[in-house]
Design a protein around this ligand. Structure first.
Ligand SMILES: *Cc1c(COP(=O)(O)O)cnc(C)c1O
Length: 461
């Protein structure tokens, strides 16, 4: 154990950038070369080998110039908790496999639900991630709506920028290919509540059954927050389940300066929160929380050997889609006990501040365009000097991303917006500075000009 900690600490101390830029074949070859049927003699050799097959070319989210996806650097108390969680190996399905773990998880669900404002009857459970949280929320919403009709007529309403797990969940739930109705967004990429209202009316007129509205609090690309209070009004008017996907925006619950951005979330029927994003927890740590505890009956099944109907124990498996389940809650527990919620909220505010500073840099830069001002901590932007056509911008921007990745000096993301290729920065590291952003944007524009000089754009394409 001590050697393992020493190896990772030593390695991290020597990391000088978010990754090496190694190519797929090189990384694959190192892994393929290992003979799994011939174990090594001692742990020192195992660690040395792991260094080569894993650590050397790992992607480091704590590095200030890792700016790609929604991966966070992790807080140390949560890492300490990981050691305990894995060593004890509690399973949170039943009380008789976890004891205090069950009560710790329950306290944290209570804490989360109270932060949201869901009221005394709310309840929920930790999950493996936002995808699973969304699936469970929609599964419960489907169970809730079943009284009214058949699954093929169910409709889910979500903005065009909602997470793809909504679509995936609809498919897993057997709702058919047309189940998700896409609602347009405004200039800041927020769901248009008038369009939502109209879509729900027309679905009803067509004999469909509105099953749920998914409002996103922090879209993955733009960090935009749908107008939660107005969406809640539409849901209330039509009696439709309101789910808030706050996988990304959930960290605002502990912000001392921006909690109001989530106003209206307390009216949700269910909420998804990814602690492994804006609470700086190691993967995995997520929760789904429901306004009405009773709604969780849609995932309650009994086994005689595990959680018989007659059991007097508080068995979390009654509320979960999983059976054997990690005690991820301890990580958040130890984080709150060692650092406090405000410290986490201050980290969230720091990365949001950084994103607005980054937005200003982009707006002022003659060679850069940005889609919209950020609400959270992402920026969708592209290299497009004066006079460059949209097609040429489409050709050059993916090359910029690839070139930078290959250099290992920074990692940025790419996405598509309105059919065009854009770049994306996701800021989730409070250690990233404005200087880092300056440097990464300089790298983007230099690389862009370099690609234009080197080849004509046709070749880049
Ligand atoms: C990340 C994300 C998800 C999916 O969460 P996972 O933990 O990756 O499964 C869902 N919704 C939104 C808005 C997200 O940003």
């Amino acid at each position: 154990m001590h050697r393992g900690v020493a190896a990772v600490a030593e390695h991290v101390a020597g990391v000088r950038g978010p990754w090496t830029g190694a190519d797929v074949a090189t990384v694959a070859a190192k892994v393929d070369d290992v003979d799994l049927d011939r174990p090594l003699d001692d742990m020192a050799d195992v660690l040395a080998e792991v260094r080569s097959v894993y650590l050397d070319d790992a992607v480091w989210f704590h590095e200030p110039r890792y700016l790609a996806h929604l991966n966070c650097p992790v807080v140390v108390p949560a890492l300490v908790a990981e050691v305990l969680v894995s060593s004890v190996n509690s399973s949170l399905d039943t009380w008789d496999q976890s004891g205090g773990g069950t009560h710790i998880e329950r306290r944290l669900i209570r804490w989360t639900a109270d932060r949201i404002g869901l009221g005394p009857d709310s309840d929920g459970v930790f999950t493996s991630g936002g995808t699973q949280s969304n699936l469970q929320a929609l599964l419960v919403a489907r169970g809730h709506a079943y009284l009214a009709g058949t699954a093929s007529r169910f409709r889910i309403f979500a903005s065009r920028d909602s997470h793809f797990s909504v679509q995936k969940s609809a498919n897993i739930l057997g709702l058919g290919p047309d189940a998700v109705v896409t609602i347009p967004t405004d200039r800041r990429r927020r769901m248009d509540p008038v369009a939502l209202d109209r879509a729900v009316w027309s679905a009803r007129a067509a004999g469909h059954i509105p099953m749920a509205v998914v409002a996103t609090a922090g879209t993955t690309d733009y960090g935009s927050i749908d107008p939660l209070a107005e969406v809640a009004d539409v849901c209330a008017q039509h009696g439709v389940w309101m789910h808030v996907d706050a996988a990304y925006g959930g960290g605002l619950l502990v912000s001392r300066r921006r909690r109001d951005l989530l106003d209206g979330i307390e009216r949700a029927d269910s909420v998804t929160i990814d602690f492994h994003k804006t609470f700086f927890q190691p993967v995995s740590s997520s929760a789904v929380v429901f306004r009405q505890r009773d709604a969780l009956r849609h995932v309650t099944y009994h086994a005689d050997y595990l959680n018989p109907r007659s059991s007097a124990h508080p068995n979390q498996v009654d509320k979960s889609m999983q059976t054997t389940r990690r005690f991820d809650a301890l990580k958040l527990w130890m984080t709150l006990r060692a650092m406090g919620a405000d410290a986490i909220g201050d980290y969230v505010d720091a990365v949001v501040d950084l994103a607005s500073a980054g937005h200003r840099l982009m707006v002022e830069h003659p060679d850069l365009e940005v889609v919209t001002e950020p609400t959270l901590s992402t920026l969708v932007f592209r290299f497009r000097p004066d006079g460059m056509s949209e097609d040429d911008a489409d050709a050059v921007n993916p090359g910029i991303r690839q070139t930078i990745a290959g250099s290992g000096s920074a990692v940025i993301a790419g996405t598509r917006s309105d059919g065009r290729a854009w770049l994306k920065l996701t800021m989730l590291n409070p250690d990233t500075t404005l200087d880092d952003l300056h440097a990464v944007l300089a790298l983007v524009t230099e690389t862009g000009h370099h690609l234009l000089d080197d080849h004509d754009v046709q070749e880049v394409r």
